[in-house]
Design a protein around this ligand. Structure first.
Ligand code: ZN
Length: 248
């Protein structure tokens, strides 16, 4: 069983009610946080009974603020509690996290972080997790990723324009969390800025065939989803909401 809690699913300019990117995955009591936008720690406390010491891994897709600005607070809480946070990401993103934390006067909190470097492309075995990373199509170094956790395959696009290589890697996922930043009519702008739009939904579903799909990271206007795009395979669409909790 996969437990998914949506801690935040907006982008930087989304309605603040959506909060910023962070998804908690729990499989066989292994708890993985995907990204940590602003307010992630507060949302973890608000949406779950968990605290930072309960999180086994924090995986960061890239260093845009709506994916990392929650990290200094997480590290401060970890230091206060005397626990370590295992942060998995690529070298450029880890460098940005270190600079960010140092620049908000919190360099010493970095002692609470245990960094593990992921390749931009490749498969890594980290304890009980197998992580496959694919370079995302985005203006800064960014990854999309697929996790094997127990018998479950979970994929997360992070921020990316439509990327057939990632969709191939994420094929037949039990859960695919994929950004759908823009409505169809803004598909050109979305692609130009390294994002996906509702115009890409059919391709995402046809190639990746996820069992469950969570569309996320809405920009200013949430995308309108055409139900015809969902007819091709028996993918079930999850509706994100602040603190939404799913047992899959
Ligand atoms: Zn981004």
């Amino acid at each position: 069983m996969i437990e998914l809690t949506v801690l935040g699913f907006g982008g930087w300019l989304s309605n603040p009610f959506l909060h910023q990117s962070s998804y908690l995955i729990n499989v066989d009591d292994i708890k993985v946080l995907l990204d940590a936008g602003e307010g992630t720690y507060f949302n973890l406390r608000k949406c779950t009974k968990l605290d930072i010491e309960d999180i086994d891994y924090l995986i960061i897709s890239h260093a845009h603020g709506d994916h990392v600005l929650g990290i200094p607070t997480i590290l401060q809480v970890a230091m206060f509690k005397g626990v370590k946070v295992k942060i998995l990401s690529t070298e450029p993103t880890i460098n940005s996290i270190k600079e960010l934390t140092a620049s908000v006067g919190a360099k010493e909190f970095l002692k609470s972080a245990e960094f593990t470097y992921l390749p931009m492309e490749g498969t890594s075995e980290i304890d009980e997790i197998t992580i496959t990373t694919v370079r995302a199509i985005h203006p800064i170094p960014a990854i999309s990723l697929t996790l094997m956790l127990g018998n479950h395959k979970i994929s997360y696009s992070g921020d990316t324009a439509l990327n057939l290589r990632f969709l191939e890697a994420s094929k037949e996922s039990d859960l695919l969390i994929h950004e759908l930043s823009a409505p169809k009519e803004l598909s050109d702008e979305a692609r130009e800025y390294g994002h996906t739009s509702a115009a890409d939904l059919k391709t995402i579903i046809e190639i990746a065939h996820p069992k469950y799909l969570l569309p996320t990271h809405y920009y200013i206007y949430p995308p309108m989803i055409d139900l015809n795009d969902l007819k091709c395979v028996p993918t079930k669409l999850l509706t994100p909401a602040p603190c939404a909790y799913y047992k899959l």
